[in-house]
Design a protein around this ligand. Structure first.
Ligand code: B12
Length: 296
């Protein structure tokens, strides 16, 4: 059955596949508790620690975990154009990756197995499940790193009650070069390895109410942040996937869009979930910066 699942996923151009056993993840529990006590959790996290660690009896026995790589060169040299972080350029990965996983679900259902598809919209700790499935190792920047794709990939998961032979986590760490710590613009990545999601510029660009100090952190990349990925040496020599449709915004000639216009233009992009107001607020913050410097 495992071979057939791998074959179905390969036909969808998904090649990094791992199988993890669902059980009570005690080592994760202690890490999540520390994170929570320090108030480093963001408002974007869903579910509680018991859900993430499968502490209670669960109908699912296994997680089939897949990685889908994305285009890594998001940066635009021309300062007159704002852009979004690498993972937001393509057609919404929630839609694309979920649809790629459906054939495996249909296959498992023919044997009477239960399935649930998860892509970034759930209570799971997806990075941890991918780690358990042997697909990568943790970086100091808290991203999961895969030997083939670096950290430029999305994670998709199928939970099922089918039982497999499981993969083992990699016994590896990142190079610990600390480039991510040194280059993080808001000190979100701590020297002791902690990560304060509330300080992450990616979170700030997506948040509704932000302070004047937060505004200072929004720059040419107006949605998400790739700094800790871009400086990571594990991302230097990886294959680049160039099937993306870049989102660039001509700041000088950008005019306010109606909700309908915004949805027509960007409704199928992953950043659209936060709505037009946040998108335009960030463009305006960047525009004002350019104007102040006399560069527009
Ligand atoms: C909320 C969220 C965010 C928040 C908070 C992120 C954070 N680090 O806390 C914000 C908005 C800031 C964010 C930003 C980004 N995100 Co995000 N995000 C999520 C989401 C929805 C939940 C993650 C979460 O809150 N986990 C709980 C926290 C506490 O756990 P954690 O950070 O994973 O780390 C815990 C464990 O993994 C464990 N752990 C850590 N190290 C180790 C080591 C060992 C050995 C072990 C055993 C365990 C362990 O302990 C940690 C607690 O301290 C996930 C999808 C999901 N459901 O998982 C995507 C997800 C993590 N994001 C993703 C992406 C792509 C991004 C961005 C790159 C987007 C961008 N360009 O702006 C940035 C990267 C920022 C960064 N350096 O992490 C990808 C990750 C891809 C990857 N290669 O790792 C995910 C998995 C979405 C997906 N399905 O593809 N994100």
């Amino acid at each position: 059955m495992k071979e057939k699942i791998i074959e179905i996923l390969s036909n969808e151009e998904l090649y990094e596949i791992g199988f993890a056993k669902i059980e009570y993840f005690k080592d994760l529990e202690s890490k999540l508790k520390l994170q929570k006590n320090k108030k480093y959790d963001t408002s974007f996290q869903i579910g509680n620690i018991d859900d993430k660690t499968f502490k209670n009896e669960n109908i699912f026995k296994s997680a089939i975990v897949v990685l889908m790589p994305y285009y890594k060169n998001s940066r635009i040299i021309d300062k007159n154009f704002a852009y979004v972080a690498a993972c937001y350029h393509s057609i919404d990965y929630h839609i694309v990756l979920k649809s790629k996983l459906l054939n495996v679900c249909n296959f498992l259902k023919t044997f009477g197995y239960l399935t649930r598809v998860c892509v970034d919209d759930n209570e799971l700790d997806e990075r941890y499940l991918a780690f358990k499935a042997g697909l990568g190792f943790y970086g100091l920047n808290h991203l999961l790193i895969n030997d083939k794709y670096g950290s430029f990939f999305f994670i998709g998961i199928i939970l099922t009650d089918a039982i497999f032979e499981y993969d083992k986590p990699l016994q590896k760490t990142c190079m610990m070069c600390k480039q991510c710590i040194e280059n993080c613009p808001n000190n979100a990545i701590k020297a002791n390895g902690d990560f304060n999601g509330n300080q992450c510029v990616s979170y700030i660009t997506q948040s509704k109410n932000i302070s004047k100090a937060d505004e200072m952190l929004i720059d040419q990349c107006i949605f998400g942040c790739d700094i800790c990925s871009n400086v990571c040496p594990h991302n230097k020599h990886i294959v680049n996937y160039s099937r993306e449709q870049l989102v660039t915004i001509d700041v000088k000639n950008y005019f306010h869009l109606s909700n309908k216009e915004f949805n027509n233009l960007y409704g199928n992009r992953a950043f659209a979930w936060r709505g037009r107001n946040i998108f335009e607020r960030n463009i305006n913050i960047y525009k004002q910066k350019l104007e102040k410097k006399g560069k527009l």
